[in-house]
Design a protein around this ligand. Structure first.
Ligand code: 3EB
Length: 331
């Protein structure tokens, strides 16, 4: 019998981005996410889970290359999945509706149980894309808050410990219901990091909605040879309050949050391999993208900028990323 330990585990997957329609055929993927003007959907194409997030105005493809040559994929109910034996990519999309909460609860239950049943219990990153995120649902509750309720209920149903919630992104686009995808590992070599400048999101007071957002500020995967830090969507929030009235102030506060998060994670210094930059107003896209690419020394190719809505209507931008530790070159 072989016991898989973190000394032998494959590294976690890291993304690369393409802004043309052409796919990089040299590397096998476990997941591909297309952000563009198209209908939402999840399918398996050539063994790869392929997600379309409807985002008019953007044309970016996010690729998650496998870390081994052996890829297995399948569909369980609405959950589409693909794995490289160590890293699982799983996705589903929920059609639009005037009441999202209960559907989100069921979708999350399906994702969490499928992930565990397949043998990948360590979720290390989740993305949530919500159409018209700041609009009201049929009952007058903001769609983001409706979404948060269903997500939190699903984690509660499974008695999930708050400190074990995965790092995440919650972002809005003009159209669609809810699209969720995640990364999980077979090996339990991940640890969460919280931000000393920010209240844990899962402890936000109920002034932000009936259930708090269910995510960690960052997740560190300690695999030998490629230790990586997955940083959640980070915005201009101190404690639990939005601060900064101008674009410049929000950029500054967001950078301070990212820096505090990097500083509070144990281990060697980190540098960003990729960033994903979300900006509410078209006219701010260049300013925000340039500021973050320069500050964190990431090329435009590795740091795409997307026009998107942010989960609080007073937030102008949000930035996520994948960082690696300086422990030598990748294997
Ligand atoms: C915040 O810090 C900003 O609901 O999954 C960032 C990352 C945000 C993830 C989510 C929300 C989410 O509260 C918003």
């Amino acid at each position: 019998m072989t016991t898989i330990t973190s000394e032998t585990a494959l590294p976690p997957v890291r993304p690369f981005y393409q802004t043309s329609e052409r796919r990089d055929e040299r590397r096998q993927m476990i997941g591909v996410v297309q952000y563009r003007a198209a209908e939402e959907g999840v399918k398996i194409a050539d063994g790869v889970v392929t997600v379309t997030v409807p985002s008019p105005g953007n044309s970016v493809t996010e690729c998650w290359p496998a870390e081994s040559g052996t890829i297995t994929s399948g569909v369980h109910g609405d959950v589409h999945w693909s794995h490289d034996q160590e890293n699982l990519f799983a996705a589903l999309s929920i059609p639009d509706s005037g009441a999202l909460g209960e559907k989100v609860r069921q979708a999350y239950a399906a994702l969490l149980t499928t992930t565990a049943d397949l043998g990948f219990p360590q979720i290390y990153r989740v993305w949530n894309y919500i159409g018209k995120i700041n609009d009201s649902n049929d009952a007058g509750l903001e769609r983001y808050r409706d979404f948060c309720r269903g997500r939190a209920d699903a984690f509660s149903d499974l008695a999930w410990a708050p400190h074990a919630l995965p790092s995440g992104t919650g972002i809005g686009f003009a159209e669609g219901g809810v699209t969720v995808f995640l990364l999980a590992r077979r090996t339990s070599d991940a640890a969460n990091v919280e931000n000393p400048l920010q209240m844990p999101a899962y402890e936000y007071p109920d002034t932000y909605g009936p259930r708090s957002p269910s995510f960690a500020r960052a997740t560190s995967v300690t695999a030998v040879g490629a230790p990586s830090l997955y940083i959640s969507g980070t915005a201009s929030i101190r404690g639990h309050r939005t601060i900064g009235n101008t674009l410049e102030e929000q950029i500054q506060v967001t950078m301070e949050n990212i820096d505090a998060l990097l500083a509070s994670s144990d281990g060697d210094p980190v540098r960003f391999e990729t960033l994903k930059i979300y900006v509410r107003h078209q006219e701010d896209m260049d300013t925000v993208a340039t500021a973050f690419r320069d500050r964190y020394k990431v090329t435009a190719h590795a740091a795409p900028v997307l026009r998107a809505d942010i989960c609080r209507s007073d937030l102008l931008l949000e930035v996520e990323g994948v960082a690696s530790r300086n422990d030598g070159p990748r294997p």
